[in-house]
Design a protein around this ligand. Structure first.
Ligand code: ATP
Length: 249
């Protein structure tokens, strides 16, 4: 984590994400049980827990990607429970889904432009693209190559870059380290740390302890769909329950 200069334009988030008594259902299965937490403007929160605890379901619920959800979800004055996925993005929240989901048959640049689909191709989009290439020089080098030909780490950077194209004030990441070699996990941690210096808020689900504690101010620990522990990362990282049960340390 050497370079702390952030090539991206700074943002000034004013909105807090508030998740209040959120429950998620897949038919008869209740995956999330009345979970509440908030991400302050420009803050960074990680959701951790064992496989199947309900972490991804919380993120998917924010983007209207689950069959049924109850409770309240707001971003500033915007009611996300009434918003469809694309409207959540318009509200200023970017999403980096688990497994990256880049468009393998499109070029790197076309993937990035998909993240700006709502905007006309103009100087603003061009300048944003330039910012993303500055943040991820490897993507610039491969801009005309197919996304499907990128390595896992490069695809992760592309997925993050694509989410950044819409100039979000909060970015939601589902297991950004998944399947990456340790050196690439460090790269992701570095990018997220640099992003934080621009003022962007982060909400992430992450199994990698080092990445989590490097990036998140606050952690929420989920077990069977419920919050069992939450607090400052600095306090939780030494909690024996967190170390032993959730992070396998
Ligand atoms: P992982 O780390 O394995 O991704 P997670 O903490 O993100 O786990 P979720 O993926 O949110 O957990 O899953 C929570 C629960 O909901 C699990 O019991 C899972 O089997 C169930 N579940 C998730 N998606 C579906 C689905 N599409 N249909 C039915 N049940 C589902």
């Amino acid at each position: 984590m050497t370079d702390t200069t952030a090539p991206l334009e700074s943002v000034a988030p004013v909105d807090a994400l508030v998740v209040d008594s959120l429950s998620v259902f897949y038919g008869a299965v209740q995956a999330v049980r009345e979970v509440s937490f908030s991400v302050p403007p420009g803050g960074s929160v990680a959701i951790i827990g064992a496989n199947g605890a309900g972490k991804s379901s919380i993120l998917k619920a924010m983007f209207d990607l689950v069959p049924r959800r109850t409770g309240r979800l707001t971003y500033g004055t915007k009611d996300l429970m009434r918003a469809r996925s694309h409207q959540v993005v318009w509200a200023g929240i970017g999403y980096v889904p688990e497994g990256r989901h880049v468009f393998a048959g499109l070029t790197v640049e076309q993937n990035l432009l998909m993240g700006a689909y709502r905007k006309r191709w103009d100087a603003e989009v061009r300048s944003r693209l330039g910012d993303i290439y500055e943040l991820f020089p490897k993507l610039k080098a491969r801009q005309r190559g197919l996304a499907g030909g990128l390595s896992g780490g490069e695809q992760q950077m592309l997925a993050i870059g694509r989410a950044l194209m819409s100039q979000p004030t909060l970015i939601v990441l589902d297991e950004p380290s998944m399947g990456l070699a340790p050196v690439l996990v460090d790269e992701v941690a570095d990018v997220l740390t640099r992003l934080r210096t621009t003022g962007v808020g982060l909400l992430l689900v992450e199994q990698n302890a080092e990445l989590t504690f490097a990036v998140a101010d606050t952690c929420i620990v989920l077990e069977n769909g419920r919050t069992v522990l939450s607090g400052a990362s600095a306090d939780l990282q030494s909690d024996p329950r967190v170390r032993r049960i959730y992070l396998g340390l």
